[in-house]
Design a protein around this ligand. Structure first.
Ligand SMILES: Cc1ncc(COP(=O)(O)O)c(C=O)c1O
Length: 452
């Protein structure tokens, strides 16, 4: 709506560099940032008036697309009424009560208690604290450890960075909490499991519990589809086995559905695909489609009952000023209404299949593309030196970054890359023509960068 002059843009970039510290900041790569002006549906427009398809729903969160006046109205109406009230014990508010009931209704049948946070990181950190709290209430205080997976992403706080299974997130921030440990491929593992797309199987968890001692392990955390680590999908049997292992060793299962929650895989929550139920569910992002910050963790009937029947010295001293924020709750309620009115889960399933098929037909058999993976409207693939041998590119070549840059500059599609893995997750409102545009931009970028 506003095309800015080059002088104004240069001034903005100067001030940005001088004052704004960005997530994953690396100043040499921030000399010419894309500065967004407005959005409309799946489209983003920068301050020069250039349009791009938002191929990752911004950060996997803008599920209903940009520029929804219904959500602006919901926020404005609530702010006019009352923007904020105190939700500590003894006080509550109408939109938060309605949202908690709605989320409990949509989530897995065994879950009933909702604690609202402001982000995915807070959801996961709260989930871990709650798991420890629960085991203390059961008289088992030694159960404190959390097991997480390689290539997982769980957030930016100290504990959730430790849960994250991507070493660059640890470097220079240590020491990290020692009770947060990771699965690793067990030595001499012989099994007939169908492997996940990144090569792991449920025995990795079993080996980690045995290694640590089940008496010391409070919980296991996993994303149904590892997102920010490169989009890695599980085998059909994986989470059924995980549930069975967690039950056998009395380890709580935390499902981090900060990306997959609220429709991304074509279901409200991803474990509906495999008929599995976690003990704690972490969400954020699409609960408000990113229009205002909000997250939540949702606990099982059993944990909820334990929280409601604690002895007097065991008050649940976990708190955020903005927990159950009335304005965020009102936006979330209206956002979830849009999901239902516009049948977005069905669209995610149909358009997800079109995206997966499109990528497979454009790139299947390409010399430099391997391991195309998707579930609903989340997809990823890997760029390699040679798809037949699986030989990787030299990291210094930065092929993933080159492809993403070409997609943005020439193909008008913005998405992210993780090393040589390209990830895609467009808004759930995406149309067939827009999927065709995305697939065309991906193919053109790969052919231009690899020369094949
Ligand atoms: C699976 C997952 N968990 C947790 C988080 C952290 O969420 P936030 O950035 O809102 O703290 C993210 C963020 O991308 C995520 O993808």
């Amino acid at each position: 709506m506003t095309t800015l002059s080059e002088d104004t843009i240069a001034g903005l970039v100067r001030d940005d560099l001088a004052h704004l510290i960005h997530p994953q900041y690396y100043a040499p790569e921030h000399q010419d940032p894309v500065i967004f002006d407005y959005g409309d549906g799946v489209w983003l427009v920068d301050v020069r008036g250039k349009r791009y398809i938002d191929g990752l729903s911004s950060l996997w969160n803008v599920a209903v697309g940009h520029g929804r006046s219904e959500l602006a109205d919901a926020a404005a109406d609530q702010i006019r009424k009352i923007a904020f009230t105190n939700n500590y014990t003894g006080f509550s508010n109408v939109p938060a009560i309605e949202l908690a009931a709605k989320v409990a209704d949509l989530a897995y049948d065994n879950l009933s208690g909702v604690f609202f946070t402001n982000s995915g990181s807070e959801s996961n950190e709260g989930a871990l604290k709650t798991a420890r709290f629960y085991w203390n209430l059961q008289g088992r205080p030694s159960k404190v450890k959390l097991i997480a997976r390689e290539r997982a992403y769980h957030g930016g706080t100290l504990a959730t960075a430790a849960m994250t299974g991507l070493p660059p997130f640890w470097k220079y921030f240590g020491p990290l909490p020692a009770e947060i440990v990771h699965t690793a491929q067990p030595e001499n593992l012989e099994c007939d499991c169908e492997l996940n797309s990144d090569g792991e199987c449920a025995h990795w968890l079993e080996a980690a519990i045995e290694r640590e001692g089940a008496d010391t392990v409070a919980a296991f955390i996993a994303e149904p589809v590892k997102g920010a680590g490169g989009v890695w999908t599980p085998s059909a049997e994986y989470f059924g086995r995980i549930r069975e292992i967690c039950d056998r060793y009395e380890v709580l299962f935390i499902s981090d559905e900060v990306i997959t929650g609220f429709g991304r895989t074509g279901r409200w929550f991803a474990h509906e695909h495999w008929d599995v139920q976690p003990d704690i569910l972490s969400v954020a992002k699409a609960i408000t489609s990113g229009y205002v910050p909000m997250g939540a963790f949702i606990v099982s009937d059993e944990i909820m009952e334990a929280l409601q029947t604690v002895p007097p010295d065991a008050r649940f001293m976990h708190a955020y000023t903005n927990s159950a924020h009335p304005t965020a709750s009102a936006v979330a309620l209206r956002n979830l209404q849009i999901f239902e009115d516009e049948n977005l889960l069905a669209n995610a399933e149909t358009m997800g299949a079109k995206l997966g098929d499109g990528l497979r037909s454009a790139l299947g058999g390409h010399t430099h593309v391997t391991n195309l993976r998707s579930l609903g409207l989340i997809a990823g693939f890997s760029l390699v030196q040679d798809a037949e041998t699986g030989a990787a590119y030299d990291a210094a070549d930065g092929v993933g970054g080159q492809v993403a840059r070409h997609m943005r500059e020439k193909g008008q599609v913005i998405t992210r890359f993780v090393g040589d893995h390209i990830v895609l997750a467009p808004p759930l409102i995406v149309s067939g023509d827009e999927i065709d545009h995305i697939v065309g931009a991906v193919e053109a970028a790969i052919r231009a960068v690899t020369g094949e």
